[in-house]
Design a protein around this ligand. Structure first.
Ligand code: 2DT
Length: 212
């Protein structure tokens, strides 16, 4: 019937600094939604499996050097190559839990000194998340958690700049969660927010595009 045609999945994005707990929380959310019987997929950006993704991966591993604007556009292209798949999944009723999205794209490049409007431009027309969960942590605390790998960007001074850029991008779709709390408490807060958002989308909240 026309009602079920309207019902779609939610686009849920997790953002935050390295070591804020995004990846663990994304998989916990995925498992709990799946457990409740929802149709749900777990995605991440960059998606290193595509051709563009492999170029990004070798850049992050410091195996290749690229101009700052070039790598910025590759990260964006990596989202564009998944856009139609993203839309068809959402419209068919699947909720997507996405670890990093356009906000990482803008925050990391702007932290290098690129103009923020220039950084946002190639993201225009991608799907806007229904909910952005920002796992808020002090860069110093994230660094103390250890486990910074050897990848580009995994350095305290740079992460401080990224966190300033992130906070300038906050809008109505953002929820800021204190990521210094115990994992279980963070998970409880996230899961309540996600269930609300999934419910709104099922009731017909329209899909929209970046940036509003
Ligand atoms: P992880 O795979 O560990 O999340 O690290 N990044 C990510 C950008 O600079 N621009 C982007 O558009 C995206 C999605 C953040 C990926 C690293 O790449 C950075 C950390």
């Amino acid at each position: 019937d026309s009602k079920s045609k309207e019902s779609r999945g939610a686009l849920i994005v997790l953002e935050g600094l390295d070591r804020c707990g995004k990846t663990s929380q994304s998989s916990r959310l995925f498992s709990s939604l799946e457990g409740f019987g929802y149709s749900v997929d777990l995605w991440r950006f960059p998606d290193r499996n595509t051709g563009v993704g492999q170029m990004i991966s070798s850049y992050l591993l410091n195996q290749t050097q690229l101009d700052d604007r070039t790598i910025h556009l590759l990260f964006s292209a990596n989202r564009w190559e998944k856009r139609s798949m993203m839309e068809s999944k959402l419209r068919s009723g699947t909720t997507l839990i996405v670890d990093r999205y356009s906000y990482s794209g803008v925050a990391f490049s702007a932290a290098k000194g690129l103009d923020i409007e220039w950084c946002k431009a190639p993201e225009k027309g991608l799907l806007a998340p229904d909910l952005v969960l920002y796992l808020d942590i002090q860069p110093e605390e994230a660094a103390e958690r250890g486990g910074y790998g050897g990848e580009r960007y995994e350095q305290l001074e740079f992460q401080k700049k990224v966190s300033q850029q992130y906070l300038m991008m906050r809008d109505h779709s953002w929820k800021i969660i204190d990521a210094s709390l115990p994992m279980e408490d963070v998970e409880k807060q996230l899961s309540a927010l996600v269930l609300d958002s999934v419910d709104l989308c099922r009731k017909g909240k329209p899909l929209s595009q970046l940036w509003p």
